[in-house]
Design a binder for this molecule. Sequence first.
Ligand SMILES: [Zn+2]
Length: 302
Amino acid sequence: MGAFMAVAQGSAEPLRFIVMRYKGAAAAQAPVVLVGKGITFDTGGISIKPAPEMDEMKYDMGGAASVLGVFKALSHLKPAINVVGLIPATENMPDGLAVKPGDVVTSMSGQTIEILNTDAEGRLVLCDALTYAERFKPQAVIDIATLTGACVIALGAVRTGLFSSDDALAQQLHQAGESSGDSCWRMPLDDEYAEGLKSRFADVANVAGRAAGSVTAAKFLQRFAQNFSWAHLDIAGTAWRSGAAKGATGRPVGLLLQYLTQLAASSQPPVATKSKRAVTGAKTSPSRSAVSRPKARAARKA
Ligand SMILES: [Zn+2]
């Protein structure tokens, strides 16, 4: 996990990679894997952040916290489903030992990464966790992260940014957001957005230009999510509030629980497979997909 370790090397606190399992269904049933970004404090590292509101960077573990929240709720609700929770947890600190802009690291997938900005650390800890998720032969992998300021600019504090390479999974998550009041909005993943991530020295750079920053971050993650059905929730705008109402919101625990309990309620449990078509065909009942299709189509137009 060279990418995750590169972020952690500047901190006096040792990193932790947390693995949780909720077993509510037969062992043969493929799990949903939730991956939560757990940056317990984000200074930006050597690419250090400006001072104002830096205290709020304690909320950069909002993705991890939402995974923990989902697991607490699962233990009470006991739905018939299997869920794995993965949390790469570390601080991102500036230090004599910290990773430097220009350093090239090797991720768990074998892909090399040129770290151009040490404040784009969330994708570095997530990419190794996504590779780790493959071993569970998941029916779907959803990562949750306070990933980009660009997502706050795009969607504000109202809707979470949703990115997915799987239309059926995107529909299910969008619908779960609508019915739980914890809404999200689908964003694009055209390959042209990945152009700016090209590097002369590595397989990929960890940042592109300022334009469409939430999309280029998702394009980075997508490189590590090729072998399963994948969605990414950018909660940078929705995980916490600033100012007088400062504090965590608990989002998107509601969205995720709605998705998981609906999945558990579906009569035909999906089986482990790498084929997206087989997975989505098994887990979506004809009536539900017919209902959710128009809204998802509207989402794609945006
Ligand atoms: Zn950062």
